[in-house]
Design a protein around this ligand. Structure first.
Ligand code: 5GP
Length: 114
């Protein structure tokens, strides 16, 4: 939860293009891509281009933009896959289950029978 931003984290390398990803959406401030180890079909991640470890480090205005895009991309996932529900998940700190220390929102589709 605490500490400095590590510029070598996996999502920083995805943002710089050093690690490839399956892009879903990109603009000047946001990148969205498929999770490489999906918890369900369509598991998508949304990250800001600013360097922030977690929800408590990011500027409020950047967080608002990130959440607005999570809604927008979540709507696109919903219309393409038509799941019965969608989990939006976001973890802060190793103790909470965060493994990549660049803030991100998970969009995880869910189905009644899965
Ligand atoms: P966290 O537990 O930090 O909230 O989630 C990190 C997510 O990043 C996990 O769902 C994990 O599957 C995903 N992930 C880890 N490494 C990579 C990678 O190299 N590429 C992509 N696309 N996703 C990754």
């Amino acid at each position: 939860l605490y500490g400095d931003y590590d510029p070598k984290n996996i999502f920083a390398k995805i943002l710089s293009g050093d690690i490839p990803c399956a892009k879903v959406y990109e603009d000047a401030r946001i990148l969205s891509f498929m999770d490489a180890f999906p918890q369900a079909k369509g598991h998508t991640l949304v990250i800001p281009k600013v360097s922030a470890r977690n929800l408590f480090d990011i500027r409020c205005e950047d967080l608002q933009n990130l959440i607005a895009h999570t809604q927008k991309i979540g709507r696109a996932v919903r219309s393409v896959l038509e799941p019965d529900g969608i989990r939006i998940a976001q973890f802060n700190g190793e103790a909470a289950g965060q493994t990549v220390f660049h803030i991100h929102f998970h969009i995880i589709p869910a189905w009644d029978d899965a």
